[in-house]
Structures are given as C-alpha cells and as structure tokens.
Design a protein. Sequence first.
Length: 303
Amino acid sequence: MKELIIGAHVSFHKDTQLIGSVEEALSYNANTFMFYTGAPQNTARVTIDGESTKKAHQMMHENGIDSSHVIVHAPYIINLANNGANYEFAIQFLKQEIRRVEALGITKLVLHPGSHVGLGVEMGIKNIIDALNQVIQSDTKVLVCLETMAGKGSECGKTFEELKTIIDGVHYPEKVAVCLDTCHIHDAGYSVANFDEILNQFNEIIGLEKLACLHINDSKNECGTHKDRHENIGYGKIGFDTLMHIIYHEQLTEIPKILETPYVSADDTSSKRAYPPYRFEIDAIRKKKYNPNLIEEIRTYYK
C-alpha cells in the first residue's frame, strides 16, 4: 500500500519563509503541507527569498516531502465573483499570487471561487470565469484548484455543477482543478456518510482526474446548514470512521490531504492561547484509531 500523503496548514513567516513552513510540517510528522504566502486578510507580502526557497526544497527532498504535493492557499480577500469596485484588484492580486507560488516552486494554488454578494449565482459564476480567463494564460505553471464551498452567504462553488460550469468556461481548463473540503461539502448538503456515491457524482459531473487535493475537516454543523465551521477530527458531525474512509479511499491515494482543523484552546474558558492539533490528529489518522483524549493530550503536550 502506498504511503498516505497527509499534512496540515502551516505558517509562512517573513524571516524563515518556506524553510519555516517545512520545519513546522515536519514537527507534525507530515509529508505535505499548505500555507498562505502572507496574511489571508490583507495585501502585505514579503519578497520571496530565492536562496531560502532553494534550501527549503532541499530539506523537503531529504525528508520525503514531494513538492508537487505541497499547496499554497490564495488569500480570502480575492473575490472573483463580484465585479464591483474591487474586481480589478482581485484579478491583479491573484496574478501576483500565482507569480509568488511559481517563485516558491509550488505547483498547486487553492482558491475560493468567490461570493456574488447579491448579483446572483449565474452572474457570479460568469464573473469568476471572466476573471480566470484574464489570470490563467498558456504559460501559467500553477494549477488553480477551486475549493468546494459550504454555501455560506452568497458563496459560489457550493455544488459540483457550479464548479463544472466554471471549469468549462475557462480557456485553459487543463490548468484548473478542484480541492474538495470535507466540512464544506457536508455543510453544503452532501451526505459524506455515503462518500462513495459522492465520489461517483463528482466523477460523472467533473471527473476524478480534476480532483487535485483534499481538505480534511470534521464539521461542527449538521449536514446542509451552510455554515462552514470546522471541527477536530472525530469530534464533529462527520465522525472519525467516515473521515478515515475518505482519507484511505483507494481512488484517492495519490491526492494530498490537508488538515485545517481548529487550534485547541489552553483551557475550557475564553483563553487566548491555542495549540495546533495536527501532530496528534495525524498520529490518530496514521494509526486509524480515534483518540477520545485528543484535546487533553494536546493541552498537556504544549503546557
């Protein structure tokens, strides 16, 4: 059986850059990871350091991390679905982000399709297509992975059909793929307890060859609530066994799987301190054994 490709969302700091991201991933015993190249809610970006990037790739090679499995997440402030005052900014900022991803030697960029903000789904999807056709060119080296969304607010991309429409409208569809988020599809109304059926739907509508990465998250919500609230593995409404079935699915062995589960608070009060759960969740996933003491063990480890 091939080795599980499992990792988590990690940091990218201006001083350590990609080296720091690799080191954090290794501290979780991960063999892949995802990161933002800057804060997701603003435009502040540091210049990519070529020497640091080169050293980071050497570190990945030495530790069994395939750079083709590593993912960058585009910032949330990019909204391609609404062609209002910030539309041109979103297009130009996405172009810049793709150049940064290329400079980092990464080949996959996850993108939230966007929110139409009252324009309607049809117009929102048209705007996304128009924007992507300005961004993605014949020489673009990065695969843009549209993320499945929960349908919160006026989000586009909450169904496989909506994502298919976007992909079909892009001039270079071979440069567009899909990132499937387990929490998001659950919250959007897909019953992940019947994941084989969902995967068949995906294949019939979009095609499994377009599935480029998975975000593995449990959900705080019941199916179809459109709220998008992630939960730790096995602690939510999806459940450990269902997530294990997805993670170890024989049709998904080559696809990187990324945890975006919530940090664990230092106590049950409103403590500002919080700890990453990924080392412990990855361990439970590799052992295929639910850990009912996960929260307590994380708090004890980081004290």
